[in-house]
Design a binder for this molecule. Sequence first.
Ligand SMILES: O=c1ccn([C@@H]2O[C@H](COP(=O)(O)O)[C@@H](O)[C@H]2O)c(=O)[nH]1
Length: 270
Amino acid sequence: MELPKLIKQIRIKKSFLCVGLDTDLAKIPQYLHKQPNPVFEFNRQIIDATAKYAVAFKPNIAFYEALGIQGWEALKDTITYLNDQYPEIFTIADAKRGDIGNTASKYAQAFFENLNFDAITVAPYMGKDSIEPFLSYTNKHTILLVLTSNKGAFDFQTKIDVQNDALYESVLKTSKTWNNSKQLMYVVGATKPEYFKSIRKIVPNAFLLVPGVGAQGGNLKDVCQYGLTKDCGLLVNSSRGILYAANGKDFAKAAELKAKALQEEMASYV
Ligand SMILES: O=c1ccn([C@@H]2O[C@H](COP(=O)(O)O)[C@@H](O)[C@H]2O)c(=O)[nH]1
């Protein structure tokens, strides 16, 4: 999907919500286990209930890979459903891949061609040649991990190098010099709002995928203070806070209300 289409959806829906599909068999309502494909059935109901309040959906691939062939089928069914029923929705494979060029090109083929996602999350630490195969898809988006939401982000990502840049700043600056860098987006955790100002100095207009609101303690107001751009520039993700708002037959309605509440707060900022 081209960026103008995403930006248009953000304007129409007054939302920059990304619903995270971290679907865990152990957490979905018991009655769904009788279905032939419980993970897809859960996702379908969540998507139908929340799509009017969201502009993006982000299956976290680990939750599907953990289930083997059945998980991969549920993932395929989910992305096919999203692409067929909600073509205006931006889709992100949260796969956090990263490998040498020829392997990276297979990851790109898997997620951009076979599954037809609009975007993929990628670890940047193997450098330019590990990212180029993703960037060669000029109708797709590559989302680099920059400053993640977890505590361990401080182990490496904020360490200062000889040029006096923190590693996360170096990732931003270097990646801007790559071919097709306009296709890049960046992951920045909502749990670290104090860094948004310095990030925006380096990438004033780039889209940031922001996980970590709700369950991880981040909040929307702090993210918006320095994160917002003229075209919004943010996709704020919530996974567990929406998916597991209830665990009975009312789970989709409860998810809808959580998504609606986030969208209403977003509408007050854009
Ligand atoms: O820095 C990061 C990068 C990715 N994630 C992923 O986002 C969701 C967050 O889920 P919640 O349930 O809303 O906390 C999940 O898929 C993570 O793997 C992240 O949290 N932080």
